[in-house]
Design a protein around this ligand. Structure first.
Ligand code: MSP
Length: 637
């Protein structure tokens, strides 16, 4: 029977904010899941969206959408991004789905009956953005939220509470008995001291907004978004439903469960979640892996600061694998990592184009040159062969050990130690000299064989990160499939010839050119011709942004008008434009257009319009202004 494992990312807030930092968890978990599958484990990888709460309710309203339509649109966009990043998830859960909400209602009632949830009242300083209450001592300067810095409001509510206090000691005992429950160790210590500080019962319902899962026996209340969100890890497996096969398989019965989360949501996963499981009498059998943040040089990545890096901008320029590799290599488990274009280009050129790419192209071209592409025939070891073999075996072992611990950065280093050793081996064995001497050809063949074997090892080991590169290496080596890590041993019999020629895996790029390219991504356009001068202050009054047309329809009451749904950053707005003569609704979808975003809203022939699309127009024709590379949401200055 195969070993089993269940891997989860946090479910993302449905805000549509997908910069490189946000998608770190998902890419890293994808690499981890691909590793588990290469270890021949039956693996289930879950991700999804956290869709309820006041913040999302307000954002939907602002965009002129019903909350459900709004979150469904964001889920669709997110899935598309995951598809482009080749995220190998097995299920995508949305907390607005019925399969989730009915179970959340059910467990809430169960805990009420059991007395672990009770009705009380609460007054406190509440942050709408973070959907959390804070004690006075936790508040930042001027009563602001300690997490996001925004002002808090005093809110008083009748509320349901979860009896955390009842489980305090049990949780401490559990953590002590399971020393590797939270990785890395420093995070565990943080949690223990938080619990020892005393757990107050947690307020788990709200009456101040509607967009959430209603308490079945008292629909005035909606269930606190974190209880709702955490439960996704069980509802996706069919827990408490008519079909709980996946729950039986991946949560119980010796399955290994990994929740991977960023450091900002440690407390929810290390304190509230295990207590909820204890109250539900579900075994707490998961490991919590806590990673740091990917930061910009000047702090946290954010759209408003203009330092955010968008994954598809990078993928479109360099391909997918360099982006996935960079994230694995630059973010050590537990600590923060800094994104810089310089580092990115350095890693791309050194690790991918030079070390890996050159090793492959040099090896394939030598195997062709010296042996017509074949590796069959007598081999005699050179004095360097054993050492390369030793490094291969040791690297593989260390790599597996690091991957098991989610130490992706170290695992990458293990692969590149092996690649570095093989490149050095070429210099040591000097194949071009062996080739000149007929009597050394069996040694030369051994050298070629060792290089092919190193590349075969590398091909499997890089697969969790370089999903598009592995098939290329396999094809170059004449391999039909990727071997499992568990089957990877030195001594493969190469029946096929290697490819007669290959295109480089990665083309080297020029640092200066790349830096210029990225600088230009954020540069305002240059003004060409001015007829009537206006002051910069006048111009600054107009707020222009790049918008992405998600969908478009004909205006129900006017032939000349189109009604577009345009995504701008976190919001989707409806805009009516007089362009139906020039564009069909289908033409519009997917265009990145220029939107005046601070135009007063208007009703145009009965349909609300929240902005204007800019067009160039002469007597005959009209053309929408479009933006090629920059992401939607970008400000235009
Ligand atoms: N909805 C909650 C999670 C509920 S799980 C039951 C949430 N969502 S989130 O969208 O704000 O964050 C999702 C994940 O992205 C978190 O693990 C968070 O730490 C991670 N990251 C957000 N920005 C990040 C970086 N800049 N770098 C790395 N990870 C970051 O929290």
């Amino acid at each position: 029977m195969k070993e089993k494992c269940y891997i989860t990312t946090p479910i993302y807030y449905a805000s549509g904010n997908v910069q490189l930092g946000n998608c770190y968890t998902t890419i890293a978990c994808c690499s981890f899941a691909r590793f588990q599958r290469l270890m021949n484990r039956d693996t289930f990888y879950l991700t999804g969206m956290d869709e309820h709460g006041q913040k999302i309710e307000e954002a939907a309203k602002k965009a002129g959408f019903a909350p459900l339509d709004y979150v469904n649109q964001i889920a669709k966009n997110t899935k598309e991004l995951w598809h482009n990043l080749q995220i190998s998830y097995d299920d995508f859960i949305q907390t607005s789905e019925t399969r989730h909400t009915v179970i959340v209602q059910k467990i809430f009632e169960k805990l009420l009956e059991k007395g672990d949830i009770y009705l009380g009242s609460y007054e406190g300083d509440y942050c709408v953005s973070c959907e959390s209450f804070f004690t006075k001592t936790q508040l930042g300067e001027g009563g602001t939220c300690p997490d996001c810095g925004k002002p808090t409001r005093v809110v008083s509510e009748e509320s349901y509470f979860l009896r955390l206090s009842k489980y305090e000691q049990r949780l401490l005992d559990f953590i002590e008995a399971n020393p590797d429950f939270i990785q890395p160790e420093t995070r565990k210590n943080e949690v223990v001291s938080f619990i020892k500080g005393g757990l107050e019962d947690l307020c788990v319902s709200r009456t101040s907004f509607k967009w959430g899962v209603e308490v079945k026996s008292n629909p005035r209340h909606v269930i606190y978004v974190w209880i709702d969100a955490l439960m996704n890890y069980l509802t996706a497996l069919g827990y408490e439903s008519d079909n709980d096969e996946l729950y039986q398989k991946y949560w119980l019965n010796d399955s290994k469960v990994y929740h991977v989360v960023g450091k900002d949501i440690l407390r929810f996963h290390a304190v509230y979640w295990p207590i909820l499981l204890m109250a539900l009498e579900v075994p707490v059998n998961f490991k919590l892996i806590v990673h740091g943040w990917l930061l910009a040089r000047d702090g946290k990545m954010s759209k408003s600061r203009g330092n955010a890096v968008y994954p598809m901008d990078m993928v479109n320029r360099y391909g997918l694998d360099p982006v996935r590799y960079y994230l694995a290599k630059e973010l050590p488990l537990g600590n923060d990592g800094i994104f810089s274009y310089e580092r990115f280009v350095e890693r791309y050129n050194n690790d991918l184009a030079n070390d890996l790419g050159n090793l492959l192209s040099r090896s394939i071209s030598m195997i062709n040159k010296y042996f017509g592409g074949s590796l069959v025939g007598e081999k005699v070891k050179t004095p360097y062969c054993d050492d390369l073999e030793r490094v291969m075996n040791e690297s593989l072992k260390a790599y597996i050990a690091n991957m098991e611990k989610f130490e992706l950065q170290n695992a990458c280093s293990n692969i590149w130690e092996m690649i570095g050793r093989a490149n050095k081996y070429i210099d040591e064995t000097t194949p071009w000299i062996l080739a000149k001497d007929e009597s050394k050809h069996a040694e030369l063949r051994s050298v070629m064989y060792h290089l092919a074997e190193t590349l075969r090892f590398a091909s499997t080991m890089v697969y969790p990160f370089l999903v598009e590169t592995t098939p290329k290496i396999n094809e170059a080596l004449g391999l039909v499939e990727t071997s499992l890590l568990t089957d990877l041993t030195f001594g493969y019999e190469y029946k096929n010839n290697v490819a007669s020629s290959i295109t480089p895996l990665f083309k080297r790029c020029d640092l200066k050119e790349e830096l210029e390219y990225f600088e230009n991504l954020n540069k305002p356009a240059v003004q060409e011709e001015v007829v009537n001068y206006i002051s910069i202050e006048d111009f600054d009054k107009v707020e222009l942004k790049v918008g992405l047309v998600l969908s478009c329809q004909k205006h129900p009451n006017a032939d000349k008008l189109l009604v577009s749904q345009v995504k701008i950053g976190e919001n989707v707005r409806q805009i009516v434009s007089g362009i139906a003569k020039y564009y069909s609704p289908e033409d519009m979808v997917g265009k990145k257009v220029v939107v005046v975003t601070n135009l007063k809203e208007a009703k145009i022939r009965g349909v609300e319009s929240y902005g204007m699309l800019l067009c160039a127009k002469d007597d005959k024709d009209l053309e929408l202004l479009e933006v090629k590379t920059l992401s939607e949401g970008t400000s235009i200055h």
